[in-house]
Each structure stands twice: as structure tokens, then as C-alpha cells.
Design a protein around this ligand. Structure first.
Ligand code: NCD
Length: 305
């Protein structure tokens, strides 16, 4: 039985296969409409979500399966003090696969130790978010035609932004990627990402504060929200939340073929008048998220079209 806790649980070849399956689902949705007939996906969301939870549920419904679960820890027995392990043992009796989001780093890993069905990490605290990474990779692949040879700028909250950590890990295994980390000093990419992922492979990266200076060299700009819920005090959040605001004027220095990604939700960091720029890909990313999750559910349940 396979789980997806960390993006490196999948080999590069498996990720390529998931992208190929997602592309085939986009081209031939009817072929996949009943492949999960009789199967159930449980979504256990101990933290807020719109896209991730609904895209998992839409994915299972579009595969002909059914869904159950909760969207708020307060309505589950976690509020009575039940452990994650016990909750997952219980839900393993009711569902064939579980997607789980939790504010504590490592909770989906702990769940996988006791689960009797596959566990998918749908975001654990400020740590990882591997299915957002699959979404990001499918989007980059569709927009650029490959996952190799480009310069990507990550901008915003690189400390707490779990989607950044997982995407860096995935791209560290691709060829010819240059990383530019754009953040205020307080929200830099964690040392463990540099020490465990980038440095051992000798991968090129720079850390800068100015989005404007970095803009001209970027092929992909990955914007992020400042993660309010992970701050210890509100004053720091208020001071840092509007450090970067992407607008049409700043974009005028970007390459005409640069792509703008954002995992969403957006707060203030991209003005709405950027949405009509052909380089803006964040709503396409949302659509891609469902298709790649369909491919992932099929893989973990070992079903084929
Ligand atoms: C991200 C998350 O939950 O980490 N959202 C998402 O799943 N698309 C990003 C965020 O909340 O800022």
C-alpha cells in the first residue's frame, strides 16, 4: 500500500506518469468517468480549505466514486480529544482512501503508520503540500512543455509556505532549474530546505529581497500569501503582509512568456488587474488540480482506465 506524505515519496518517473494520466483525463474525461465506481474517498480537514478539499471531492466524483468527511476539526471527535491515529483507524473502516489536512507538521505521516488505506497529505502545518506540487508541476508542464531548464522565482512567505517547500523538493530533481528566493529576511526559505535539498545537489539559488530586481530573469514567478495563521504575533503579520504586491507596472519588466503561479487563496499579493494578463496562470492551476488528483487517486487505489 502506498501513501503520499512527501512529494519525494513519488519517483520522477511516477510524477511524469501522473502528469501524462492527468493530460489524458483532460483529453478523454469519459474514459475515466466510472473507474472508481464503488470506491469512497474521505476528506479529513482539520484546517480550513476551499480548493484542496473540493478538488479532491470533485476528483473522486468525476471518477465515479463517492466522498465523505469533515471540513472543520470542531465538528469531528478531535474536539473531544480523539487522537489523529484513532480518527484515522476509524475512518479506514469507512473509506478506501483518505486525504488529510492538519495544522501539525507530521500528522499525516503519523496517520499513515496506523492507516489500513492510503493516506494523502493535503497539507501539514508549515511543512509540505505534495498535491499542490503535483498541481503546480502539471501547470508548468502544460504551459512550458517540459519541467526542465528554467528559472523560477518564489516570492513572499517562503518560511511558512508549505507549497514552496514541496515544489522546491520536486524541482530539485529536474534538470537545469535555477531558484530565486524573494522574501523579507524574516520569511526566508528554511535552512533545512537548503541543507537537505539544494546544497547536497549543488543546485544554483539566490536569496534576494527585491521582486523588481529579480523579475527580468524569471521564467516562472511563484507568488505566495503571507501565512497569517502561522505567526506568533499579529504585529509581525501586519508589518510583513504587504511586502510584495504584484501589479501590471511591476510585470512590465517581466519576460513576455513568463508564467505567474499562485496556489491561492490570494489576499493582497496580486492585484486583480493582473488576472487578465495572459501570463497569469493561477486559475488554470485550480482547474489542473482536480485532474492531477484524479490521476493520483487512481494510482494509489491501483485502478486503471
Ligand atoms: C495553500 C495551502 O493550503 O498551503 N493553499 C492551497 O492548498 N491551494 C496555500 C495557502 O494557503 O496560502
Amino acid at each position: 500500500m502506498r501513501h503520499l506524505i512527501d512529494i519525494t515519496d513519488l519517483t520522477v518517473q511516477e510524477i511524469d506518469e501522473l502528469i501524462a494520466t492527468a493530460e489524458d483525463i483532460i483529453a478523454n474525461p469519459a474514459r475515466y468517468a466510472e473507474v472508481c465506481h464503488g470506491r469512497k474517498l474521505a476528506t479529513l480537514f482539520f484546517e480550513p480549505s476551499t480548493r484542496t478539499r473540493l478538488s479532491f471531492e470533485a476528483a473522486m466524483l468525476d471518477l465515479g466514486g463517492k466522498t465523505l468527511g469533515f471540513a472543520d476539526a470542531a465538528t469531528s471527535s478531535a474536539s473531544k480529544g480523539e487522537t489523529v491515529g484513532d480518527t484515522v483507524r476509524v475512518v479506514s473502516c469507512y473509506a478506501d482512501i483518505i486525504a488529510m489536512r492538519h495544522p501539525k507538521e507530521g500528522a499525516p505521516y503519523a496517520a499513515a503508520q496506523v492507516a489500513t488505506v492510503p493516506i494523502i497529505n493535503a497539507g501539514d502545518g508549515g511543512h509540505n503540500h505534495p498535491t499542490q506540487t503535483l498541481t503546480d508541476l502539471l501547470t508548468i508542464h502544460r504551459e512550458r512543455g517540459s519541467l526542465d531548464n528554467f528559472t523560477i522565482g518564489f516570492c513572499g512567505d517562503l518560511k511558512f509556505g508549505r507549497t514552496v517547500h514541496s515544489l522546491v523538493a520536486a524541482l530539485s530533481r529536474c534538470k537545469g532549474i535555477k531558484f530565486v528566493f524573494i522574501s523579507p529576511p524574516e520569511l526566508r526559505i528554511p535552512d533545512y530546505v537548503k541543507e537537505n535539498t539544494l546544497d547536497p545537489l549543488g543546485l544554483p539559488y539566490t536569496e534576494v529581497e527585491s521582486m523588481e530586481d529579480a523579475m527580468p530573469e524569471l521564467d516562472v514567478l511563484y507568488m505566495t500569501r503571507v501565512q497569517k495563521e502561522r505567526f506568533f504575533n499579529e504585529a509581525d503579520y501586519l508589518r510583513l503582509r504587504d511586502t510584495y504586491i504584484l501589479d501590471p507596472e511591476k510585470l512590465s519588466a517581466a519576460k513576455p512568456e513568463m508564467r505567474i503561479l499562485h496556489p491561492l487563496p490570494r489576499v493582497n499579493e496580486i492585484t486583480v488587474d493582473v488576472d487578465k494578463d495572459p501570463r497569469a496562470c493561477y486559475f488554470k492551476q485550480v482547474a489542473n488540480g482536480k485532474f492531477v488528483r484524479m490521476a493520483l487517486i487512481m494510482k494509489l487505489l491501483e485502478v486503471h482506465a
